[in-house]
Design a protein around this ligand. Structure first.
Ligand SMILES: C[S@@+](CC[C@H](N)C(=O)[O-])C[C@H]1O[C@@H](n2cnc3c(N)ncnc32)[C@H](O)[C@@H]1O
Length: 238
């Protein structure tokens, strides 16, 4: 699990851009550990020996298996170390992984090579707010544990950019942590430790109603919205 040393509410005097830049650097510094975290999750080891976590992984895999079709063109926004990028490519999709952390993307390339899907996976270093694609091109998009790192005041613009690049009737899958009264408040700054240093990380915890309203306002029909003990899972269509 990421090591969280402190959680505090976002303060008025905080410079949000600085915290977001630190969040991006955190994902670079944490990328080695993130790969290991997923390995232990898959094997239900260590902190993930709780069967709930194993179920959490299986839930995401199951939802994606029901959405991804052979030949689909998918964008995995905030793809990180590429576990879900590779998973969708293995189902026959052509998947573009977009992330603003170059270190995470280099792990994504390794992952797609290890999973023998290198030819089905593309890598783009960029910011999800300015996706470098034409309108209406993708059959599906994923935001797995990404939305909570997008400043809440800018979330509508972020989702409108996702909407722009999806074709009519395309799907969007969101998974993330959700608001359960976590210490530090809904909008918070976490101090997280990695093997490569300590970073401030922006985090916003959504309720299911907030996600539903956000999706309604941005573009789509919410097809499914559910929570597990630690994760919110949502599927919507343009
Ligand atoms: C919690 S990780 C999730 C990674 C991956 N989706 C997964 O489920 O394993 C969040 C990822 O989103 C990326 N990210 C956050 N904000 C972003 C933005 N505005 N543009 C591109 N990537 C972003 C981070 O760099 C990080 O790799």
């Amino acid at each position: 699990m990421p090591e969280i040393l402190e959680r505090r509410s976002l303060r008025k005097k905080d410079v949000l851009r600085k915290i977001l830049d630190s969040t991006r650097k955190y994902y670079g510094a944490f990328s080695d550990e993130y790969v290991k975290l997923y390995d232990s999750w898959l094997r239900s080891e260590g902190a993930f020996s709780d069967p709930e976590y194993r179920i959490g992984y299986n839930n995401v895999a199951k939802i994606l298996a029901g959405l991804v079709e052979d030949g689909h063109i998918i964008v995995d926004i905030g793809c990180g170390v590429g576990v879900w990028t590779a998973n969708m490519a293995k189902s026959g999709a052509n998947v573009t992984g977009l992330d603003h952390s170059i270190e995470a993307l280099s792990k994504q390339r390794e992952k797609s090579k290890d999973e023998n899907v290198r030819s089905k996976v593309f890598v783009i270093l960029g910011d999800g707010f300015y996706a470098p694609f034409r309108d209406d091109v993708f059959d599906g998009a994923t935001l797995n544990w990404v939305l909570s790192h997008i400043p809440v005041k800018e979330n509508l613009n972020f989702l409108k950019e996702v909407e722009r690049i999806l074709r009519e009737n395309a799907w969007l899958m969101i998974s993330d942590s959700y608001w359960r009264g976590q210490e530090g408040g809904k909008e918070q700054v976490q101090t997280r430790r990695t093997n490569n240093g300590t970073f401030e990380v922006y985090k916003y915890y959504y309720t299911t109603e907030e996600i539903r309203n956000l999706l309604k306002a941005s573009f789509c029909e919410v097809v499914n919205l559910e929570t597990t003990p630690y994760e919110i899972l949502c599927v919507a269509r343009k």
